[in-house]
Design a protein around this ligand. Sequence first.
Ligand code: HGY
Ligand code: MN
Ligand code: MN
Length: 369
Amino acid sequence: MRDVGFDSVHIDAVGNVVGRYEGATPDAKTLLTGSHYDTVRNGGKYDGRLGIFVPIACVRELKRQNRRLPFAFEVVGFAEEEGQRYKATFLGSGALIGHFDARWLDQKDADGITMREAMQHAGLNEADIPKIQRDPARYLGFVEVHIEQGPVLTELDLPLGIVTSINGSVRYVGEVIGMASHAGTTPMDRRRDAAAAVAELILYTEQRAAKDGDSVGTVGMLEVPSGSINVVPGRCKFSLDLRAPNNAQRDALATDVVNALKDICERRGVRYELEETMRAAAAPSAPAWQQRWEKAVDALGIPLFRMPSGAGHDAMKLHEVMPQAMLFVRGINSGISHNPLESSTNDDIQLSVRAFQLLLDNLAAEQAH
Ligand code: HGY
Ligand code: MN
Ligand code: MN
């Protein structure tokens, strides 16, 4: 950010990297953009980071032209959107809207290191976290460029897509507790098999989500702690990730899945623990900002394709305090993501930079009137 000409760059108290390219006047409002720099285990290189580098490229060009916009331009590399090390998702973007939950600091990672210790180790001062909150009145809105993370744009042979809404989601971590017993001597009708119970829940979740047509349900983490090949599993840990285009559909799916867990456990004589770790409301794009992306993409001669986002994004946190809209960039390898095969092309990424530049130019022209 410093190399390309941002006026100020700093790392804030939760690890966000913030670059500002000031506007033509000191009292100018700010356009906020950015995405997350973290990713998932064994993930790809474009999820999040593309949405940081594209606006950085725009600032580099503004600086080269020695040009100021009638608004300030703030690019944030958000920390910890994925919630991999700790259960805190959208941690960095949440802090910008005053949603940092201090209880997260006591969460422990897989090695027993608390978030507080990890932040101290990184030289971050938790006392400064409240200062991160932005005053929405000082901002025009939030825009985010992100890889599509799916096959739609590839199948349509389109380089860019206009996001209409971000699906709502809810996440849980849970454990079924049964009774470990000898795999050879325990008759099949006398078992309290925790893993078999979770297996039933997985299959129920799969068919229940599929029934909606546009909901998704995933058990991404599954573990028999200290399991043995010849022991009936007494415990089985699992995660749940449930999403839908609107909050009511999301909640109906979640209610059915939790009720199924109850029924399965009662029938099998096992019990469960379940903790909700994240709930994000569906985030429809602000029409004015969606249209700004549409105007830019249309000016590039690219057909407009409007689509929802099945993936969650930092934009859904900023959505809670300011208008937002996203631009999707086609991924190659059928848009696979959260996988090292995740990738895009220079041509498509260049088009997203051009679209962003046109959005900035059009916004500047709007502001001039
Ligand atoms: O899970 C998601 O949708 C995003 O990768 N955080
Ligand atoms: Mn991701
Ligand atoms: Mn992402």
